[in-house]
Design a binder for this molecule. Structure first.
Ligand SMILES: NC(=O)C1=CN([C@@H]2O[C@H](COP(=O)(O)OP(=O)(O)OC[C@H]3O[C@@H](n4cnc5c(N)ncnc54)[C@H](OP(=O)(O)O)[C@@H]3O)[C@@H](O)[C@H]2O)C=CC1
Ligand SMILES: O=C(O)CCC(=O)C(=O)O
Length: 441
C-alpha cells in the first residue's frame, strides 16, 4: 500500500441532504459523536448514488435514556443514568456492547453505536448497530449493588432489546457475569429462557468458547496481516499497549506468542516499560491479582505521557476514545497503529498519522473479532449446537482476513486510508439495504 495518502477530501460541501441538526447531542469536533460524524463526512464522496441516504448514518434510529434507581447496601437509594442506542437496524437486529463508566454520556453511546453499525457491515455480519451504557463507576459498587444495577437497567431497556431486536454484549467494565444477570432478568420478564438475548455469556449459559479473547485475537489477526503487507516481521517486533483489560491483554499475549516483544503497557495504575520485553507469563497473573500493571517488578516506570513517544514498531490503543490527538500523533514512533479501542484516534490526528506514513488499522475492522464471535455465539444459541474453540478461531481468522483484504483493495484502488476504505465498504452495504427497504412505512 502506498503511504502517505493524498489529502482527504473535505466533504461538508458534498452533503446531499439538508436536515435539521440533532437538538439532543453536541457534535463538538473532538467528542466521540463529533469524531464519528467527521468520519462519515470523509466517506461521503466515495458513496456515489448511495450518498443520497448518508444522512441516515448521522441520525441514530432510536435512543433510549433510562433512569436506573437501586437500593444501596446501606439502605439509601441512588439513581443512575442508562442508555441504549440503536443506531441502525437496516441490515438486521441491533448489536453492540454495554459499558459501565463514570464518563458515559448519550453522545458517547451514540458514537459507539454508530461505530457498531459500520463495524458489523465492514465484517458483513447480519446486524445493524447498537450500544448501551450506564454512567457509573462500577469499582465503587459492591457485587450485590452491581447485580441490582444490571437487573434494573435490563428491565428498563427490555422494551427494545431481544434476540431478534437488539443483542447486548460486554464492553468496558462489563463481563460474562453481567451478561448472565442480563440474560436472566430478560428471561424472567418474558417468562422463557432467552439465551440469545445477549452474547459474551458464561459458557454454561450458552456462551461461546473463544469469546473472551476474541477481540484481542481479532486485533492480532488484522495486525499480523497488516504487518505482512507492510513488510514488518512480527518476530522481534516491539509492541506498546495502552489498556490492559479484556482487549489489550489478550492482544499482547498473542503478539508475545508470535515472537513480538511487549515493550510498554499503560493502564490507570501507571505506565511500565522494558525495551527487552515485559514477561507476559508474569505480568498477566499479577494484573489479575492486583488489578493493574503499576506495581510490576522487573521494568521501568515511566511518565504516562511518555508512553506516546516510546520507541516501538506497533502501538495498540486498547482503552478509551480520543487518546491519540495531534500532539501525540506527532510523537508516535510506531510504524503501525492497531486500534483495539473504539474511536481512539481523533480526525485531525488521523491526518497527521497519514502524513507521517504511519499505517492505521481502524477500530471498525481491527476490533471486530469480538462481535464476530458474538455472532457465532448467537448462531450457536439458536441451533443449540456448539462448536469447538478451534472451529471458532479458524472461522474468526478467515472472516477477519477476508474483511481486511476487501478493505485493503478499496484503499489501494482509491488511494485512501484504511479507515475511509472500511467506512466505504461498510456504508455501501448499509445504504444499499436502506435503499432496498425504502423509507416506508
Ligand atoms: N470487550 C470487547 O469485546 C470489545 C471492546 N472494545 C473496545 O476496547 C476498549 C477496551 O475495552 P475492554 O478491554 O473490553 O475494557 P476493560 O474494561 O476490560 O479494560 C479497559 C482497560 O483500559 C484501561 N484504561 C481505561 N482508561 C484508561 C486511560 N485513560 N489510560 C490508560 N488506561 C486506561 C483500564 O485500566 P484500569 O483497569 O486501570 O481502569 C483497563 O486496563 C474499549 O474502547 C472498548 O469499547 C472493542 C471491541 C470489543
Ligand atoms: O460482541 C458484541 O456484540 C459487541 C462488542 C462491542 O461492543 C464492540 O465491538 O465494540
Amino acid at each position: 500500500m502506498n503511504t502517505p495518502h493524498p489529502p482527504l477530501p473535505s466533504s461538508t460541501a458534498t452533503r446531499t441532504t439538508a436536515s435539521t441538526p440533532l437538538s439532543y447531542v453536541s457534535s463538538e469536533p473532538h467528542s466521540p459523536w463529533g469524531t464519528y460524524l467527521a468520519q462519515i463526512d470523509r466517506v461521503e464522496p466515495y458513496l456515489g448514488r448511495l450518498a443520497r441516504w448518508a444522512e441516515s448514518l448521522r441520525r441514530p434510529k432510536r435512543s433510549l435514556i433510562v433512569d436506573v434507581p437501586i437500593e444501596m447496601d446501606d439502605g439509601t437509594v441512588r439513581h443512575f443514568e442508562g442508555y441504549r442506542v440503536q443506531h441502525s437496524l437496516s441490515r438486521g437486529p441491533g448489536k453492540g456492547g454495554v459499558r459501565y463508566h463514570p464518563d458515559v454520556t448519550l453522545g458517547e453511546v451514540m458514537a459507539l453505536a454508530g461505530w457498531m453499525t459500520i463495524k458489523n457491515a465492514a465484517v458483513n455480519l447480519p446486524y445493524g448497530g447498537a450500544k448501551g451504557g450506564i454512567r457509573v463507576d462500577p469499582k465503587q459498587l459492591s457485587l450485590k449493588e452491581l447485580e441490582r444495577l444490571t437487573r434494573r437497567y435490563t428491565s428498563e431497556i427490555g422494551i427494545i432489546i431481544g434476540p431478534q431486536q437488539d443483542i447486548p454484549a460486554p464492553d468496558v467494565n462489563t463481563n460474562a457475569q453481567v451478561m448472565a444477570w442480563m440474560m436472566d432478568t430478560y428471561s424472567m420478564n418474558i417468562g422463557a429462557t432467552a439465551s440469545g438475548v445477549v452474547t459474551g455469556k458464561p459458557i454454561d449459559l450458552g456462551g461461546s468458547l473463544g469469546r473472551v479473547k476474541a477481540t484481542g485475537r481479532g486485533v492480532f489477526v488484522t495486525g499480523r496481516e497488516a504487518a505482512r503487507r507492510a513488510g514488518l516481521n512480527l518476530d522481534g517486533a516491539r509492541v506498546a499497549v495502552q489498556g490492559f483489560g479484556n482487549v489489550g491483554s489478550a492482544a499482547a499475549e498473542l503478539f508475545a506468542g508470535a515472537g513480538a516483544k511487549i515493550v510498554a503497557v499503560q493502564d490507570h495504575t501507571g505506565t511500565i516499560a522494558n525495551p527487552g520485553g515485559l514477561d507476559m507469563a508474569e505480568l498477566m497473573p499479577q494484573v489479575r491479582r492486583e488489578g493493574g500493571v503499576g506495581g510490576f517488578a522487573g521494568c521501568e516506570r515511566i511518565a504516562d505521557e511518555d508512553f506516546w513517544g516510546i520507541d516501538c514498531d506497533i502501538l495498540i490503543p486498547a482503552a478509551l476514545e480520543g487518546q491519540i490527538d495531534v500532539l501525540r500523533a506527532n510523537r508516535l514512533r510506531a510504524r503501525l497503529v492497531l486500534e483495539g479501542a473504539n474511536g481512539p484516534t481523533l480526525p485531525d490526528a488521523d491526518d497527521v498519522l497519514a502524513e507521517r506514513g504511519i499505517l492505521v488499522v481502524p477500530d471498525v475492522i481491527c476490533n471486530a473479532g469480538g462481535v464476530t464471535v458474538s455472532y457465532f455465539e448467537w448462531v450457536q444459541d439458536f441451533s443449540s449446537f456448539f462448536w469447538t474453540e478451534d472451529e471458532i478461531n479458524v472461522r474468526l481468522d478467515k472472516i477477519m482476513v477476508e474483511a481486511l483484504r476487501r478493505i485493503w483493495d478499496m484503499a489501494d484502488q482509491h488511494r485512501i486510508p484504511l479507515r475511509t476504505a472500511a467506512f466505504a465498504v461498510a456504508c455501501e452495504r448499509i445504504l444499499m439495504a436502506r435503499e432496498m427497504r425504502g423509507l416506508y412505512p
